[in-house]
Design a protein around this ligand. Structure first.
Ligand code: SF4
Length: 392
């Protein structure tokens, strides 16, 4: 990894920083994070939610030019947008960057803004995770306001975490209790998010945040009624965490050692990957195409090709669907596989574009059980093979 080459392995740096700062206060951890060359280029990621103002204030005291990444999912409460502007101005934050999903990704995957009703994981991935991953690309570390008391998935939180061997995640408030947050806001006379007084102690997107009753967990209003705790932005032990996901697939399909494929009947370990070889090596019973491959170069060269696999480097990258449609229009009747970042919400589209199957990583399969794929729009009357059989 490039980051490792410059700064040293992320895991070793996280461990050393935790050893050195185990008993320090939040502000000392933050000061170190902002100044230590071992941490590298750093940004604060803030939702401008109920407790965000604590870290924003600390940043304003230590270095107000620190980049602040504000993820605007375009589903936020109007009060959050107003509060964001108010806090940034009051604290003199000079580098607040608003992060949004790409318009073309929204148009492709959530044109009617209803994806959150069908699949909150896919919606969070589209509106939060992917835009944030893009925004974090130039950084070696990011600061979050996560705290141990906020739930089981956070109960062992350290100040410094290794995020997938790629970058450091810094949690200066990891050890804070709810009273610490309140005391800090009172002592520093910080402005409150207006929705807190209206019964929202934890604030996310408007469709996915509800009021919390007395005695309920402060985060009970987030994705109420769903088995979901996190928005997908956070990783634990290098793995993306979207809250506990029930895995009720048959035992033989759990933890597959390689990639898994999604077919009409569910997940299966990929025992066919070796068929896919670069054409120059095989003379071409199967082809691997990158997302930027020129499909027209295959005109007249598809004779004898039995299978084609097309790479999807990001789920927001729709070029593979266009390539599949073109291949089918060119008369390719063999097996067509989409491989990489394809989400359940795209399965129907993939089938209609001409794909027969989707190849995803075991991690992606765990986050999106088969039921999520199965529950998509009924593609069967419209997919390529049905049309080929004259059924569509
Ligand atoms: S919190 Fe809800 S509306 Fe916001 S991105 Fe996630 S699913 Fe979509």
């Amino acid at each position: 990894m490039q980051h490792d080459t410059i700064l040293g392995p992320v895991a070793a740096r996280a461990e050393a920083l935790n050893d050195g700062y185990r008993n320090h206060a939040a502000i000392a951890v933050l000061r170190r994070a902002l100044s230590d060359p071992a941490v590298g280029r750093i940004a604060l990621v803030s939702s401008f939610g109920a407790e965000s103002v604590v870290l924003l204030h600390m940043i304003s005291v230590l270095d107000r030019s620190t980049p602040v990444l504000f993820i605007d999912t375009q589903m936020l409460f109007a009060e959050t947008l107003a509060y964001q502007a108010e806090v940034a101005a009051q604290l003199g934050l000079s580098d607040v960057r608003t992060i949004r999903a790409r318009p073309e990704a929204l148009a492709a995957h959530d044109p009617d803004r209803l994806l959150h009703k069908a699949d909150t994981d896919a919606c969070c991935a589209l509106r939060k995770t992917e835009p944030l991953e893009r925004a974090l690309e130039p950084f070696d570390a990011w600061i979050t306001g996560r705290k141990r008391f906020q739930g089981q998935t956070r109960s062992h939180l350290d100040f410094f975490e290794n995020e997938g061997d790629k970058r450091l995640k810094v949690n200066p408030l990891a050890h804070w209790r709810p009273d610490d947050v309140q005391d800090y806001m009172i002592n520093n006379r910080l402005p409150r998010h207006p929705l807190v007084a209206k019964g929202y102690p934890s604030i996310g997107c408007a469709p996915c945040t509800s009021r919390v009753k007395d005695g309920e967990d402060p985060r009970a209003g987030r994705w109420r009624g769903q088995d979901k705790e996190e928005c997908g932005i956070h990783f634990v032990d290098g793995k993306l965490v979207r809250g506990p996901v029930a895995d009720d697939r048959p035992q033989e399909h759990k933890e597959p050692p390689m990639n898994v494929i999604v077919t009409d009947t569910g997940f299966a370990a990929d025992d066919r990957g070796e068929e896919f070889q670069p054409p120059e090596e095989t003379g071409a019973a199967a082809l691997d195409l990158g997302s930027d491959a020129d499909v027209s170069a295959l005109i007249g060269r598809l004779e004898g090709v039995e299978a084609i696999r097309i790479a999807f480097p990001a789920f927001s990258d729709g070029r593979g669907f266009t390539m599949a449609r073109r291949l089918r229009m060119m008369g390719f009747t063999g097996r067509l596989r989409a491989a990489g970042h394809v989400i359940a919400d795209q399965y129907a589209m993939a089938r209609r574009a001409g794909f027969d199957e989707v190849e995803i990583t075991p991690e992606l399969a765990r986050r999106q059980p088969w039921e999520q794929w199965q529950a998509r729009a009924d593609w069967r009357a419209h997919d390529y093979q049905s049309r080929l059989r004259g059924a569509g």
